[in-house]
Design a protein. Structure first.
Length: 235
């Protein structure tokens, strides 16, 4: 192999530098930076408008709900994809049915309850023109309800994973038979303060649920009214 002269190498380097930093490429690079900066400034401007309208505390709460939603959707869809790969193994019919049911329920939960209903509530909470205004307490109230289904999905995943690790054979449940002796249970001491706190917490949850149901009913009536008006215009 013929050696490459230092002069030709220097020339090659100069050509690369020239091609890499031609005026046209410098202009494109500058335009990309300008567009990125303009987008960032536009986003910051929109955020400032929302903070001025709703207040910093409201916006921070809504953004936290948005992050929780995105993280939960990603996690549940990842679980569904992981469980779906179990079908490639030699599983029995019952296990196959459980796997398919899990994937369907997890994806439906994400698609219907989270990405559709909850995301709409978050969007409404950031809309200055939406009435009645959606508060952060509305978002947390809805999340408390849907969190029960999320927990059930997590438990189903754990059960399927345990079944997989046991070669798709359900573990036999053994119940130990022991002589039961009557036990004297010490009743917990319930103070007046503890009782009142529990009652107040229950009342607060009930009030949040009532307000949330009224809000959902109003939204449904509004959508129905718009559909009826649209139908009349067509006729």
């Amino acid at each position: 192999m013929a050696p490459v002269s230092t002069r030709s190498m220097a020339k090659s380097d100069e050509s690369y530098v020239f091609e890499r930093f031609t005026p046209k490429k410098r202009i494109r690079s500058s335009l990309r930076r300008s567009k990125g900066e303009a987008k960032r400034q536009r986003h910051q401007g929109e955020e400032d408008v929302l903070v001025a309208h709703f207040g910093e505390e409201h916006i921070a709460g809504v953004r936290a709900c948005q992050r929780t939603l995105e993280e939960t959707c990603t996690r549940l869809l990842s679980l569904a994809d992981q469980v779906e790969t179990f079908l490639q193994e030699d599983v029995n019919e019952k296990a196959r049915g459980d796997i398919e049911a899990f994937c369907g329920k997890a994806r439906l939960l994400v698609r219907s309850k989270l990405q559709k209903q909850y995301q709409k509530m978050i969007d409404d909470a950031l809309s200055p023109t939406y009435t009645p205004p959606t508060k952060v307490s509305d978002l947390t109230g809805f999340w408390e309800m849907v969190e029960i289904q999320i927990h059930q999905t997590d438990e189903s995943f754990k059960s399927l994973l345990a079944l997989k690790n046991n070669n798709w054979v359900e573990a036999e449940r053994t119940i130990a038979t022991k002589a039961l002796k009557p036990k004297t249970l010490n009743k917990p001491t319930i103070t007046k303060t503890t009782t009142s706190k529990g009652i107040e917490a229950a009342k607060a949850r009930a009030e949040r649920m009532r307000l949330f149901k009224e809000k959902m009913k109003a939204q449904k009536a509004e959508m129905q009214q718009k559909e009826n008006a649209f139908t009349v215009e067509i006729q």
